[in-house]
Design a protein around this ligand. Structure first.
Ligand code: NAD
Length: 518
């Protein structure tokens, strides 16, 4: 299977040429192996959040183009599902090599469109790359089961078969990692795929698709359609799409979960979060403060596993001052600046929303220990920057606690006992991640047993599991039952067929009773 080699550098060349040309490039769809410009009448500007420059324009794909993408995926399915698993794995083996080779270009695209620092963009790609590496061992992951002689001369075995056409709908905050959570697992299992990247930063998805095709993914196995709500609704409603992977906000996620389920599809929906870090007084002070800074302000707080809430237990509250001092020292700048610790937030609207939530905390009686709202970054005065912000004395009834802020804002609370801290966490509607900082094994074990979050960190601030485990959000952070990647990810993209066989002489007598094995 040969991919479409000559197309690979096209989008990248276009992107790089934007700096000199006046007309931003249009981001192409990928339909049946060809990167094609959409005939859409409306496009959305993809904006560099550090400069407000228009990087490219993303189309609101027409319904005909969407149908053509699904039809290409449907047509490609019979031959791809019958392609030997070893061949499918080898495409992934080549794909991971090409991702490594193109890491810098991908990172630059992510920083330009999304804003995170180049170093963080490398991490974004690397955590997705690990899923591709994992997919290289799909044959062992996709094995069926066999029980010989369930009755005299009768055997039963199960096969894990691909579903058909699957789709993925992505958020803006991890432009490489999240598409790579989705299509590598799906296609290596033998499915074909329609990907809808975030309209805010579609560049990395297009580049990854170019690389996947260069790695040998046949035409039509991976397709890309851009757009927003209408494209998403078309995915939910399409009769030929069997499963939908979604990552994003609760508003979109619950809508997609309901709408796609009404059409009988499988859905895995990873959604919002409010992750707490509980600090016990016996924790290592330096390590804990550094972990809180990294997990609260890294990626400008725009990670679904960001530790956005700190619960200081007992006299660990006295560490707040040091936290503020260290947060002040963080460098806010454009992500391409080598000394930047955090970049801008994704859009002007996001900045306004975050600033409004900070103000709501102040109005509700919280203490603003560090205010990053009026930061000016020299050379990038138009950027959507917010400096590290710390609110103290926050209580569970405040809006700044109840809402996911998704910005560089640490909300600090106090608990007089460990049990009170556990109670605060468990009363929160979200259950993505939670971390404890302590030197007590007994406290850590109690935390692990009692906390209703899907991913627990013990002295680890962002406990995102590697691909041999799964990403396991809980409560309002996840809808569905089969999580992303790991064994559950393979289960999500496959269905079981069970075969019962008999290779002995046909019985001479007839019995119309239900067959039993005794
Ligand atoms: P978003 O929900 O606004 O957008 C996600 C996708 O859904 C986009 O492709 C968008 O086009 C589409 N969409 C948005 N609104 C829609 C609607 N009303 N109808 C149909 N489709 C719609 O999310 P975002 O702002 O891009 O991402 C941030 C959110 O994602 C945060 O809440 C964050 O916690 C969450 N997130 C969760 C995880 C996780 O694994 N749990 C990972 C990353 C991000």
């Amino acid at each position: 299977h040969q991919g479409n080699n000559n197309l690979r550098p096209r989008f990248l060349r276009c992107l790089l040429s934007t700096m000199s040309s006046t007309q931003p490039p249009r981001v192409p769809n990928l339909i049946g192996g060809s990167f094609v410009d959409s005939q859409a009448s409306s496009h959305i500007d993809v904006i560099n959040p550090a400069t407000q420059e228009v990087v490219s324009q993303v189309p609101l794909t027409t319904n005909e183009e969407f149908k053509a993408a699904v039809s290409a995926a449907k047509q490609a399915f019979p031959s791809w599902r019958n392609t030997p698993i070893t061949t499918r794995q080898r495409v992934m083996l080549k794909f991971q090599e090409l991702i490594r080779k193109n890491m810098d270009k991908l990172a630059l695209s992510i920083t330009t469109e999304q804003g995170k620092t180049l170093k963080d963009a490398h991490g974004d790609i690397f955590r997705g790359l690990e899923v591709v590496e994992h997919a290289c061992g799909m044959a062992t992951l996709q094995m069926g089961e066999y029980v010989p002689n369930v009755s005299n001369g009768v055997d039963t075995y199960s096969l894990r078969e691909p579903l058909g056409v699957c789709a993925g709908i992505c958020p803006f905050n991890f432009p490489a990692m999240i598409p790579l959570w989705m299509f590598p697992i799906a296609v290596t299992c033998g499915n074909t795929f329609v990907l809808k990247p975030s309209e805010k930063d579609p560049g990395a998805s297009v580049m990854l698709a170019e690389l996947a095709m260069e790695a040998g993914l046949p035409n039509g196995v991976l397709n890309i359609v851009h757009g927003t709500n209408d494209t998403v609704n078309a995915i939910c409603d399409d009769d030929d799409i069997r499963a939908v992977s979604f990552v994003g906000s609760n508003t979109a996620g619950m809508h997609i979960y309901a709408r796609a389920a009404a059409k009988g599809k499988r859905i895995q929906s990873n959604m919002g979060a409010k992750n707490h870090g509980v600090v016990l007084p016996d924790a290592n002070v330096d390590a804990t403060l550094n972990a809180l800074l990294a997990a609260g302000f890294g990626a400008a707080g725009q990670r679904c596993m960001a530790l956005s809430t700190v619960v200081f237990v007992g006299n660990s509250k006295s560490w707040e001052d040091k936290l503020v001092e260290r947060a002040k020292a963080l460098k806010v700048s454009c992500g391409t600046e080598p000394d930047a610790d955090l970049g801008p937030v994704i859009s002007k609207q996001a900045k306004e929303r975050i600033c409004r939530l900070i103000q709501s905390g102040v109005d509700d009686g919280a203490k603003l220990l560090l205010d990053g709202r009026n930061i000016v970054v020299p050379g990038y005065e138009k950027g959507n920057f917010i400096g590290p912000t710390i609110l103290s004395g926050v209580t569970p009834d405040m809006e700044c606690y109840k809402e996911e802020i998704f910005g560089p804002v640490l909300v600090c609370m106090e608990a007089s006992s460990f049990d009170e801290a556990i109670d605060i966490l468990n009363r929160n509607k979200y259950g993505n991640g939670a971390a404890i900082f302590t030197s007590s094994g007994a406290a850590a074990r109690k935390f692990q047993m009692e906390i209703e979050a899907g991913q627990i960190g013990i002295n680890v601030p962002i406990p995102v599991p590697l691909p041999f485990f799964s990403f396991t959000g809980n409560k309002a952070s996840f809808a569905g039952d089969l999580n992303f990647y790991g064994k559950a990810g393979v289960d999500f993209f496959t269905q079981i067929k069970t075969v019962t066989q008999q290779w002995k002489d046909i019985p001479t007598s007839v019995s119309l009773a239900m067959p039993t094995s005794q």
